[in-house]
Design a protein around this ligand. Structure first.
Ligand SMILES: Cc1cc2nc3c(=O)[nH]c(=O)nc-3n(C[C@H](O)[C@H](O)[C@H](O)COP(=O)(O)OP(=O)(O)OC[C@H]3O[C@@H](n4cnc5c(N)ncnc54)[C@H](O)[C@@H]3O)c2cc1C
Length: 421
């Protein structure tokens, strides 16, 4: 049987590769690619140099409706589903890693409470409570263009899913009293709300991860302070400083999920942690695209020197493409099959996709610099920034490269609940 050639309906190949896109995916990818090329790429060096937040990019994202991308349509959003978000995020990551990574933190707060929460088992009462509360958060985004951050990390085993969060929420009249500290809060100083994970402080009970609360803290709250230096190797535009909560009161309405539901959600939807990966798939594409352009002597503003005639460069480009195709294949399969309660094989494949993208992005950026050579790593070109930014992917909890390998080995050899005598 002869197959028709694939018509993607796009005049470019997006970072996820060519495939049969839905009309919404085509539309969103087109906007992301245009914003990326025309606005985000030319500004990327500035955020990196200054370690400052890409406010101008957020004005563009807001105007394009991208802050409400994953807010369901009946709540005034664009109603993008999980695979659509993942494709669009990869496209943005291609032009500015810090913008894609911080946008992910914002989007996750709408996706977790939106389309993902719809797949989490809840009682009727919990479902009704959640439906009423999330409306407030969606409306803040849809009507006011509010920005949400997602600070979970504390520098303990909590963000790795191995211990209860040290930040606590104590039930008081009309709301919650929050105490604790978060590190690496991307969008610190830029977000309007910080969607934190913390442990419910229950009188007479030891802290328990099952009591994890997902609560939003307004940036203007009394007792919330931002501190610490921010001068990292890469992803400098994320401005991920520390947050301290000292007797911060938030009302009941700030609960982003009913009590106990975050813990169930994290077990039900492992693909929610894969949302950090598209940024890095975008970076890998950017490093590869730059290398091809550079070796062909076609980088704008650079002397038109061709370097493509050397067999070693041709081999290196082939190696990069081999790795990139592997990453894309795993990525597109993982986003297509993402669902609540995946089977063992799907879960292992999801881990493999995450590892391949997070480690692969830096492998490709490293090869890009080695292949293009000394002049390619100057600060006026994007490659050295891509190299530094791409290093950050496998450091991100809960699925650092180490923890993925750890999970894959254990979950391959042990069925749930299985122990050695
Ligand atoms: C650019 C950037 C932006 C970020 N933005 C955010 C953000 O917006 N929100 C957010 O929450 N976080 C964010 N992070 C933080 C990130 O997700 C990690 O939490 C952080 O990088 C961990 O720091 P660390 O490696 O020093 O961990 P550590 O302080 O070393 O803590 C990790 C802990 O996890 C446990 N652990 C590690 N490995 C294992 C293992 N193999 N088995 C069992 N337990 C283990 C250990 O207890 C270890 O102490 C960001 C990080 C970067 C680099």
């Amino acid at each position: 049987m002869q197959r028709e050639p694939l018509n993607t309906g796009l005049d470019f190949t997006p970072a996820v590769g060519d495939m049969a896109f839905t009309p919404l995916q085509r539309e969103l990818l087109t906007v992301a690619n245009r914003l990326g090329r025309e606005k985000f790429a030319p500004r990327a060096a500035q955020w990196d140099r200054e370690a400052s937040f890409p406010f101008a990019n957020y004005e563009d994202l807001r105007e394009a409706g991208f802050l409400r991308l994953c807010v369901p349509k009946d709540h005034g959003g664009l109603g993008a589903d999980y695979p659509t978000y993942m494709m669009v995020a990869a496209e943005i990551g291609r032009f500015c890693g810090a913008t894609a990574l911080t946008w992910n933190m914002h989007i996750c707060s709408t996706m977790w409470t939106g389309v993902l929460a719809d797949g989490i088992a809840m009682t009727e009462t919990q479902r009704a409570e959640h439906a009423a509360r999330r409306e407030l958060h969606f409306q803040r985004i849809v009507n006011d263009g509010a920005l949400y951050a997602q600070p979970f990390s504390e520098g303990s085993a909590a963000a790795a899913g191995r211990a209860p969060f040290g930040t606590t929420a104590k039930k008081v009249d009309g709301g919650w009293l929050i105490n604790g500290r978060k590190i690496f809060a991307s969008l610190s100083g830029a977000a309007d709300y910080y969607g934190i994970l913390c442990t419910e402080d229950v009188e007479g009970k030891d802290p328990d991860p099952r009591d994890t609360m997902y609560i939003s803290v307004p940036a203007t709250s009394e007792g919330l302070t931002i501190s610490g230096e921010w001068d990292p190797l890469g992803m400098r535009g994320t401005v991920s400083r520390n947050l301290t909560f000292k007797d911060v009161f938030v009302t009941d309405a700030e609960q982003l999920m009913p009590r106990g539901i975050y813990f169930v959600g994290a077990q039900t939807w492992p693909a929610m942690f894969f949302t950090l990966a598209p940024t890095y798939l975008g970076l890998a594409n950017a490093a590869y695209d730059f290398t091809v352009q550079y070796l062909r002597g076609e980088v704008p503003g650079e002397p038109p020197v061709k370097r493509r005639q050397y067999p070693t460069k041709q081999i290196a480009v082939a190696q990069m493409r081999l790795q990139l195709e592997g990453m894309k294949a795993l990525f597109t399969r993982a986003i297509a099959e993402a669902r609540p309660n995946p089977g063992k094989d799907e879960k292992l494949r999801l881990y493999a996709a995450h590892h391949a993208v997070m480690e692969g992005a830096n492998d490709i950026a490293r090869l890009a610099i080695r292949t293009c050579g000394g002049q390619s790593m100057m600060k006026h070109l994007p490659l050295e920034r891509l190299y530094r930014d791409s290093r950050c992917g496998s450091l991100m909890l809960p699925w650092t490269a180490e923890l993925i390998v750890d999970r894959m080995g254990r979950e391959t050899l042990y069925e749930p609940g299985e122990k050695d005598a």
